[in-house]
Ligand binder design. Structure first.
Ligand code: GTP
Ligand code: MG
Length: 192
């Protein structure tokens, strides 16, 4: 059965941030890694979350309620977009940080990693930070359709080493690869 995603809330500022009680899985990753596209692939819809070839598209925290299960998928702004102004980057970093620290019902953080590029410092910093505040990590290699099989496996192994054995799910929002596996993993975290 195809789960339904319903956009329920959009948060732009720290002041709007609330501690939503329902279980949540958040999607984080560098700008342009494919977070919003993954939301669409998970929903089986093309235009639910807005995507763009230009990084820095999502500048808010978007809460999608997942039916029939009642937990939330939360699309976070991307980080590390070099062309954004310093004050914008700081604003988004603060918002992401406040969300991670302030959401007691956050069950896991899906960290999206581009299968085409080597592990980046910002990604390693985020995973280390999430671990330090005891948020379980659900690493996801994105854009697998752009990578050869060999490259995917090598990246998966490299990340598993960096994450002390946690192996990323290999996904593609274009082909649908890994989408069911991702739903299964998210359900397990969100619903226990
Ligand atoms: P921000 O909102 O800026 O943080 O970016 P994002 O992480 O939400 O990325 P988004 O989903 O907007 O996708 C960025 C670009 O990558 C778009 O041009 C997408 O079409 C492309 N893209 C995303 N996922 C895939 C994928 O699985 N395969 C391929 N080939 N392209 C993808
Ligand atoms: Mg986005």
């Amino acid at each position: 059965m195809q789960p339904q995603l319903i956009l329920e809330d959009t948060i732009y500022t720290l002041e709007q941030l609330q501690n939503v009680q329902a279980p949540q899985i958040a999607l984080a990753g560098r700008s342009n890694v494919g977070k919003s596209s993954l939301i669409n692939a998970l929903a089986g819809r093309k235009k639910l979350a807005r995507i763009s070839a230009t990084p820095g598209k999502t500048q808010s925290i978007n809460y999608y309620r997942v039916e029939p299960w009642g937990f939330y998928l939360v699309d976070l702004p991307g980080y590390g977009y070099a062309k954004a102004s310093k004050s914008d980057r700081e604003k988004w970093a603060k918002l992401i940080n406040a969300y991670l620290v302030g959401t007691s019902s956050l069950k896991a953080l899906a960290v999206l990693l581009d299968c085409r590029i080597p592990p980046q410092k910002l990604d390693i910093d985020l995973t280390a930070y999430a671990r330090s505040i005891k948020i379980p990590l659900l690493p996801v290699l994105t854009k697998a359709d752009k990578c050869k099989q060999k490259e995917r496996s090598a990246k998966q192994a490299e990340w598993a080493r960096l994450l002390e054995g946690v192996k990323p799910i290999i996904s593609s929002s274009s082909s649908g690869l890994g989408i069911n596996a991702l739903w299964d993993a998210m359900k397990l975290y969100a619903l226990g």
